[in-house]
Design a protein around this ligand. Structure first.
Ligand code: NAD
Length: 261
């Protein structure tokens, strides 16, 4: 299968059904999102992504420029619903439709109860929850036109564990699971599947801001499996859920957490 000079990495699955698929990803410039962008591009999908960080996004574009379909990047802030909606419309036009939406962008800034104001609440819900709903709303007509689609929402293990200093992030991430089940019911008859991926602790540049080597060792000790989860491990699940192999998977949570309890 010709993929320009990029193909799925050795040993990785190849999904023929993802080839030429039109995929929109939020927060694709770094961390897990960058792994998801790379994964889909390596499958020969047509990928468009938005991110607030231009520098890593452009570096990623450069890295993937030899692909059969080089990805499209637009700088954008998902908390500005109107602007993000307009960018999604541009992506749909450029890609010629939309088959897959990956709602990935989020921000896990820490806070204490006493510090939270109504404005901070709104801002946290905007960056962690609201855009997932409105991005889904924006792509549904294109997915209907395509005869179906797959929406993948990034949730989090954090609220299942009840971690410290993350009340608003965890509130939003808990709501995403309800959003997934509700949209899956509403959109199922249009053959649009909606699922949540629940990552455990994934080794990304941002997470390394929070964790010391001792903290990382504690996470590994709490997992069933040794080793640190990488963005590519989350991308692997996203690609499966987006592929036709997952055609009867909808309305559920898919954990990639190495058995962290
Ligand atoms: N890394 C983990 O351990 C972990 C664990 C559980 C869940 N998750 C979830 O996985 C997803 C990706 O996490 P990550 O660790 O890669 O995060 P990250 O912070 O490393 O990357 C998020 C990306 O989204 C972008 N982004 C942030 N705010 C944005 C905005 N307003 N508009 C546009 N782009 C914006 C960032 O610039 C960044 O490129 C998130 O939904 C996160 O909640 C991550």
């Amino acid at each position: 299968m010709a993929q320009g000079n990029l193909a799925p990495k050795d040993g990785a699955a190849i999904y023929p059904s993802l080839r030429d698929k039109r995929v929109i990803i939020s927060g694709g410039g770094s961390g897990i999102g960058a792994g998801i962008v790379e994964g889909f591009v390596r499958q020969g999908a047509r990928v468009a992504f938005v991110d607030v960080q231009s520098e890593p996004s452009e570096a990623l574009m450069q890295e993937l420029s030899g692909a059969v379909h080089a990805p499209i990047f637009m700088h954008g802030d998902v908390t500005d619903c109107d602007d993000y909606g307009a960018k999604i419309a541009i992506f749909i036009e450029k890609l010629g439709g939309c088959d897959v939406l990956i709602n990935n962008a989020a921000n896990d800034d820490r806070h204490k109860l006493a510090e939270v104001t109504p404005a901070y609440w709104d801002e946290r819900m905007a960056v962690n929850l609201k855009h997932q709903f409105f991005a889904a709303k924006a792509v549904v007509p294109a997915m209907e036109q395509a005869g179906g689609g797959s929406i993948v929402n990034l949730g989090s293990i954090s609220w299942h564990l009840g971690l410290e200093d993350l009340t608003l992030y965890q509130t939003a991430k808990a709501a995403i699971e309800g959003l997934t089940r509700s949209l899956a019911r509403e959109l199922g008859r249009q053959n649009i599947r909606v699922n949540t991926i629940i990552p455990g602790n994934v080794k990304t540049p941002r997470q390394m801001k929070w964790y010391t080597p001792e903290g990382e060792a504690e996470i590994v000790a709490a997992q069933c499996l040794d080793g640190r989860i990488q963005p590519a491990d989350i991308a692997a699940m996203a690609m499966f859920l987006a592929s036709d192999d997952a055609r009867f998977c909808t309305a559920h949570n898919y954990w990639v957490d190495a058995g962290w309890r």
